[in-house]
Design a protein around this ligand. Structure first.
Ligand SMILES: Nc1ncnc2c1ncn2[C@@H]1O[C@H](COP(=O)(O)OP(=O)(O)OP(=O)(O)O)[C@@H](O)[C@H]1O
Ligand SMILES: [Mg+2]
Length: 284
């Protein structure tokens, strides 16, 4: 019998070799066009195990499009490398198979199924075919360990549709953990969460980031200040600043975008230092 305890946050394994293999994501000169419209013109950012990388910018800056391109949902040019593997040009399922996982701005769990079934489906996508036909005894230890980490161990039998918005985001993150994703791209994971839920999410992301590349798209500047290792600022499809939160907040280009233009006017931006936790209007 294998041990029942699994460190679901331990170093991820390479699918092909089974060896522990934390890897970095390096995006260079990413460009995405929709017909004649250039949504992302020149985006470069990276994420390394050991840090939580934030991608911020005003509405329409191209943040979600960057994630869509890296995960293969839309076509992008330039480069997005996971270790030695080029991700651009691969179909979505091949990219996922390499260990690239993402969450959506609107949580996409299977609402009619239980928390356990959701996690089990995600685990099934990761299992090798032979493991799928082999009879299983009890719950998958990876599923149990993931449920523990996302705070849903006591809700495994609950229908996912009845979870709070925050819990659904956690379930999505749990689904990526059971799949042993090596890169997690999270699109506004704390929107709509309470202060305590945001804190729990930030701490979870920091634990996940110990061995995985984590990219978080977020508008909540208080959350960014509390949990970002490094920040990349996108504006109109291009990177305008990068560095620690203190560095980007002090950057005149960032202040201009958030405070000096119509896009930022009326909102509390990254330069103001006054954004509150409950302020959904902090859509910087
Ligand atoms: N499928 C599409 N077809 C055409 N234009 C699109 C498409 N998807 C996004 N866009 C446009 O690309 C630009 C970038 O959109 P994107 O959703 O990436 O922005 P974002 O930074 O994620 O914004 P938000 O903070 O509001 O989520 C926007 O102008 C958007 O209208
Ligand atoms: Mg978006």
């Amino acid at each position: 019998m294998s041990p029942r305890t699994v460190d679901v946050l331990g170093a991820p394994e390479d699918v092909a070799t089974g060896q522990a293999s934390p890897v970095s994501l390096v995006v260079t000169g990413l460009r995405v066009q929709f017909g004649g419209f250039t949504a992302v013109s020149d985006a470069s950012f990276d994420a390394h195990p050991g840090e939580v990388r934030f991608l911020i910018g005003p509405n329409g800056a191209g943040k979600t499009t960057c994630i869509d391109a890296v995960t293969g949902l839309v076509k992008g040019t330039g480069s997005a490398k996971l270790g030695d593997d080029e991700l651009l040009g691969r179909p979505v399922h091949r990219t996922a198979r390499l260990g690239v996982g993402r969450t959506f701005q609107t949580a996409s769990v299977f609402e009619e199924m239980s928390v356990l079934q959701n996690l089990d489906i995600a685990a099934g996508m990761h299992r090798r075919p032979v493991a799928l036909v082999r009879p299983r005894r009890g719950a998958d230890p990876r599923v149990e360990a993931a449920a523990e980490q996302i705070g849903l161990a006591g809700a495994l039998g609950q229908r996912a549709g009845t979870l709070s918005h925050g819990q659904k985001q956690w379930l999505e993150i749990g689904m990526l953990l059971v799949q042993d994703a090596r890169v997690l791209l999270l699109d506004e994971p704390v929107a709509g969460m309470s202060h305590d839920e945001r804190t729990a999410t930030g701490q979870l992301l920091q634990r996940i980031a110990e061995h995985r590349a984590v990219v978080v798209v977020e508008h909540d500047m208080d959350f960014v200040r509390r949990f970002a290792s490094r920040v990349t600022v996108l504006h109109q499809g291009a990177v305008i600043s990068e560095g620690s939160i203190a560095q980007v907040q002090a950057d005149p280009r960032v202040q201009e975008v958030y405070l000096g233009t119509s896009a930022g006017r009326g909102h509390e931006g990254s330069g103001s230092g006054s954004t509150t936790d409950d302020d959904e209007g902090a859509r910087a």
